[in-house]
Structure formats: structure tokens, C-alpha cells
Design a protein around this ligand. Structure first.
Ligand SMILES: *[C@@H]1O[C@H](CO)[C@@H](O)[C@H](O)[C@H]1NC(C)=O
Ligand SMILES: *[C@@H]1O[C@H](CO)[C@@H](O)[C@H](O)[C@H]1NC(C)=O
Ligand SMILES: *[C@@H]1O[C@H](CO)[C@@H](O)[C@H](O)[C@H]1NC(C)=O
Length: 395
């Protein structure tokens, strides 16, 4: 199944590219084109690296991730997790009195592990990298999903004229574009996902649609990917009773995926950073601020909490013209990566499932044809199957 889809995508792309060259009046290829980028099909999904953080001492997760990556033709680079007890208090940034009560050893280790990856990205001048936690799972059709995501993300990361569409439409309450009807945008230089981005938040356990047109808040623009048969039926979009605020099933027809700026996004199963994003994040959370769990700080950062130059008492712009732009964090509903819940297993750090998981069954929220759940079949060369019966008719 996986192979069949991949081959189909490659033929499609070749056909499109060939028609551009063969058709005499076709626009010239290099200057402006929303290209379906072949680099996204490579073993690092068009990023320079895929780092996987080993957040626990559980060797079975390393085995499983290694197999998942191999079965999906992905090349991963391991980075060691950090135990909270190994992080001395004088290495923590910020004012200890601002740290939330629940900030424990698990948070400390996880924060440091993520900082170490960001540090490495900055040190090695990595253009862009995907960072995964070691229990992340994805669909066998991930590479095709990433191509569609990249097309949609360009609205936030590439100018179509002088500004990105997200900037151009920022004052409209709920501007929407169909991914199939996007205007031409400048061809990206740095990454197949565009040039002007900080974070692509690809795996989360819940997000909101940005609702406001206030300055220094994430753009309210949405890009719609209709009839995406890798999206679960609406009954499986409420994967998380308390952290999940997704309004997707209420607002859109079944099998719609929506790409938009992050807002209230939580859990860091998978996120990509650009070099510029890594520098900003390492400065902010390596040197300045440490108040709570890493995913919650990243949520606030993407929401513009640290870059909105407002004095809360007067609601005035306190930095005058010296404005710092809201970070460009792009996310997607439903997410493309999700937390895999093993049979009877509980997460070692602050479990994003927090007890809702039925411990008798293995599952991965949001992922229809999960690599983890199909591992045995894929290894034996058999076809992977849907996780939920409701979806089986919709392929
Ligand atoms: C995949 O493509 C990206 C973007 O061009 C590139 O940076 C990366 O090195 C490629 N991965 C491999 C393993 O060649
Ligand atoms: C994960 O990293 C920790 C800390 O570096 C190490 O103690 C542990 O052995 C690693 N676990 C696996 C499964 O490799
Ligand atoms: C980092 O990479 C960028 C883009 O590839 C390059 O322009 C810059 O000079 C590099 N910086 C260092 C310190 O190597």
C-alpha cells in the first residue's frame, strides 16, 4: 500500500514536471512556481535532519522507532534524553519564583533534552530539522501528507507578492484558502517548506484555530485540504478529552485537513525548526525563561506571548518601533504525528494522555494507517490496514 502510493506520487510529479517542459506556453520553471517538492520524499522529509529524542530509559521505544523509521524509508539521528536529576539548579534560566508548582524532574529533563537538540542545530548550522519524541507515530502515507502540508504552509512562509498571504489577510476575521486554489508564490530557497518560518508543529495533542486579528498574535488565515482520505472520520477526531480543543469536526466536512498558524497548541511529539527558529528558541528558553513544561512554553511562544510588545497595565506598545515579529509557527489539524499508546504502557514524562487511554488496546490518536500498529504486517510484506472500521469504506 505504502509503496503503491509512493510510486503514484512520483509518477504524478514526473508527469507534472514533464508537462511543464513539453508544453510550449507553460510558464518558465525556475522563477515562480508552487512546486510539489520532490525533496520532501527524501529520507529526512526535506529537512536536513530528523532528530529523535530518547526521553526515557526504555529500550523498547528505541527498537520501535528504529523499525518505524526503516519501514517508512526515514533516516533518524538519535539524541540522548536527559534525566532531571542531572540538571543542576544553577543551570536553569530565569527567575525560580516564576516556575509553576508542578515543574518537576520530568519537566526539567525534557526541557534540557529539547534545549540540547536546539543547541546542536545552532552549533552545526542546520538549515532545518524535525524533532521527534521517541513515542511518535505516523501514517504509512506520511510523505504524501507532508507534500500537501508543504503546499499549504507556503501561505505562511513564502511571499506571493511582497507579503505572505497570511500577512496580507491578517485583518480579515476568518480568511480561508483551498490548497488547490493558491496563487503563485516565490520559490523557496532554504527549505521545501518555505523560507520564513520558525516552527512547523506537526505532532500535537490539541490546538485551536487562531481567532483574533490583533497585532502580535498568530495569523487567523486557514488553508483547507479537502477530501483527504488520510484524515480519520469525525468520531475519531476527539482523541483527547481534556487537552484537545480541536474544533475541526464541528467546523468542517469529514475528511478535511486544515493548516493554520499555531494557537494554544500542546504536546511536542513532532515539530520542525528552522535555523532562525532554533536560535530564537535557544535564546529565549536556554537563557531567559523557564517557567513550566517545554510544550507549554513553546505554545506560549508561538502564541506571541514573548514577542507582543504590550504593557499589560496600559495595553500600550512598550517597545515603540523596535518591534519583534510574532514567530511564524504553522500547525495542522489533525496532526501528522501523534503519540503512540502501547498496550498497558504509561508515558514516563507528563503523559499527554493523562489516563484517558484504554490500557488494554494499543492505539495512536489521529493516525488511520499507523506504522506502529501495522509493524508486523509491514515487516512481513503485507498490506497495512486501517485502525478504525468506520474509515475502511472511505479510501
Ligand atoms: C533531503 O532534502 C533536504 C532539502 O533539500 C536536504 O537538506 C537534505 O539533506 C536531504 N536529505 C538527505 C538525506 O539527502
Ligand atoms: C536514553 O538516554 C538515556 C540518557 O542518555 C540513557 O540513560 C538511556 O540508556 C537511553 N535509552 C535507550 C533506550 O537508549
Ligand atoms: C550557516 O548557513 C548559512 C546558509 O547556508 C550560511 O549563509 C552561513 O554563512 C552559515 N553560517 C556559518 C556560521 O557557517
Amino acid at each position: 500500500m505504502f509503496l503503491r502510493h509512493r510510486n503514484l506520487a512520483i509518477y504524478l510529479v514526473i508527469a507534472v514536471v514533464a508537462s511543464l517542459f513539453l508544453w510550449p506556453r507553460a510558464p518558465k520553471w525556475p522563477s515562480v512556481h508552487n512546486r510539489v517538492d520532490l525533496e520532501i520524499l527524501n529520507v529526512t522529509l526535506g529537512f536536513q535532519h530528523i532528530f529523535v529524542i530518547n526521553l526515557s530509559t526504555r529500550t523498547e521505544r528505541r527498537d520501535a522507532m528504529t523499525l518505524s523509521a526503516a519501514l517508512s524509508e526515514l533516516k533518524i539521528t538519535w539524541v540522548d534524553g536527559v534525566a532531571g536529576k542531572d540538571v543542576p539548579d544553577n543551570a536553569l534560566p530565569g527567575d525560580p519564583t516564576t516556575r509553576q508548582g508542578a515543574f518537576g524532574l520530568g519537566n526539567k529533563g525534557s526541557w534540557r533534552a529539547h534545549m540540547n537538540v536546539l543547541q546542536r542545530i545552532v552549533r552545526e548550522n542546520v538549515t532545518s530539522a524535525l524533532i521527534l519524541e521517541d513515542d511518535a507515530d505516523w501514517d504509512v502515507r506520511l510523505k504524501l501528507q507532508m507534500q500537501a502540508f508543504a503546499q499549504a504552509a507556503m501561505v505562511f512562509t513564502q511571499p506571493s507578492n511582497k507579503h505572505t498571504l497570511a500577512e496580507k489577510y491578517r485583518d480579515k476575521p476568518h480568511p480561508e484558502f483551498l490548497v488547490t486554489q493558491l496563487p503563485l508564490m516565490t520559490r523557496a530557497r532554504d527549505t521545501p517548506y518555505g523560507d520564513g518560518w520558525d516552527v512547523l508543529w506537526l505532532g500535537h495533542c490539541g490546538t485551536e484555530f487562531p481567532a483574533t486579528t490583533e497585532p502580535y498574535k498568530p495569523s487567523p488565515l486557514r488553508v483547507i485540504i479537502p477530501n483527504d482520505m488520510t484524515v480519520p472520520s469525525p468520531s475519531h477526531l476527539r482523541a483527547h478529552p481534556f487537552a484537545l480543543q480541536d474544533n475541526l469536526a464541528q467546523e468542517y466536512p469529514p475528511y478535511t485537513r486544515v493548516v493554520h498558524a499555531s494557537s494554544g497548541t500542546t504536546c511536542t511529539q513532532a515539530y520542525a525548526v528552522s535555523q532562525r527558529g532554533a536560535r530564537k528558541l535557544l535564546w529565549r528558553f536556554g537563557l531567559q525563561t523557564l517557567t513550566t513544561g517545554w510544550d507549554l512554553m513553546l505554545r506560549d511562544w508561538c502564541d506571541g506571548l514573548y514577542t507582543r510588545p504590550m504593557d499589560p497595565s496600559t495595553n500600550e506598545d512598550t517597545w515603540g518601533s523596535g518591534r519583534i515579529k510574532t514567530p511564524v509557527c504553522v500547525t495542522v489539524q489533525p496532526p501528522l504525528f501523534s503519540h503512540h499508546y502501547g498496550k498497558g504502557a504509561a508515558s514516563d514524562i507528563m503523559a499527554p494522555g493523562g489516563g484517558f487511554v484504554n490500557k488494554e488496546t494499543e492505539m495512536t490518536p489521529y493516525v488511520r494507517i499507523s506504522v506502529r500498529l501495522n509493524m508486523e504486517r509491514l515487516i512481513s510484506g503485507e498490506e497495512a490496514v486501517e485502525q478504525w472500521a468506520e474509515d475502511t469504506e472511505h479510501v
